[in-house]
Write a protein of this length. Structure first.
Length: 94
């Protein structure tokens, strides 16, 4: 069964795509192959996040989506996002 991770940014999808690329690279490095990575806009999250392992986002999410939300602002601030990616791997391996 394929699991799902959603990456999200504000009203556009550029940062979500950036984070999705980093997530995909880390999944490959970890040998995790059963995950679909879906970039999305915040207004789409209510529907897109259903059934996801987590949402990894570059903006603050105030709504309860029923899944863990991982802060990925480090990616857009010039960092490597290691803490966010480590948390994602932890959730996938739980």
């Amino acid at each position: 069964m394929t699991r799902k991770i959603v990456t999200a940014c504000g009203l556009a999808v550029s940062n979500a795509q950036l984070v999705a690329t980093k997530v995909t690279e880390r999944l490959k490095a970890e040998g995790i192959t059963d995950v679909e990575v879906i970039p999305a806009k915040v207004p789409e999250l209510e529907n897109v996040a259903k059934g996801a392992v987590c949402v990894i986002t570059t903006v603050k999410i105030w709504d309860d989506l029923g899944v863990p939300i991982i802060d990925a602002t480090e990616f857009v601030m010039g960092g490597d996002g290691k803490a966010a990616l480590d948390k994602m791997v932890e959730l996938l391996n739980a």
